[in-house]
Design a protein around this ligand. Structure first.
Ligand code: SF4
Length: 100
C-alpha cells in the first residue's frame, strides 16, 4: 500500500477530501484539517484529486516528509505495518536529500 502524505500547513480545511474518501480514512481535527486513519487508507487517491490546493500527495511522490504526524491508527493491530511504512518513507526522504 502506498498511502498518502498530508501537508497540513497547506490545507485550507475545505473538507473535500474528508467527504470524498470512500473508506472514511480521513477525519477532521479541531481545525477541520484532515488526519489520515492510516490503516483505513486503501489507495483510492480520491482525496488527491479533490484537494483544491494540492495538500495531499501519494507517498511515492512526496517532496518532503512533514515533521508533525498527519496520521493515526484506528487500531493498534497495524502498528508494526505502520512502522515499516514509516521506515520506507525515511529511505525515500534520504534519496530526496541526496538528489538535491
Ligand atoms: S481537500 Fe485539501 S484543502 Fe480541503 S481539507 Fe482536504 S487537504 Fe485540506
Amino acid at each position: 500500500m502506498e498511502k498518502v502524505i498530508i501537508y497540513r500547513d497547506n490545507c485550507i480545511a475545505c473538507g473535500a477530501c474528508i467527504t470524498y474518501c470512500p473508506y472514511g480514512a480521513l477525519i477532521p481535527d479541531e481545525e477541520g484539517k484532515p488526519i489520515l486513519l492510516w490503516d483505513r487508507c486503501n489507495d483510492d487517491f480520491a482525496c488527491i484529486y479533490v484537494c483544491p490546493v494540492s495538500a495531499i500527495k501519494r507517498a511515492s511522490q512526496a517532496e518532503r516528509i512533514p515533521v508533525a504526524p498527519w496520521y493515526r491508527l484506528s487500531s493498534r493491530e497495524f502498528e508494526t505495518e505502520l512502522k515499516r511504512w514509516l521506515g520506507s518513507l525515511s529511505d525515500q526522504d534520504k534519496d530526496i536529500i541526496k538528489l538535491s
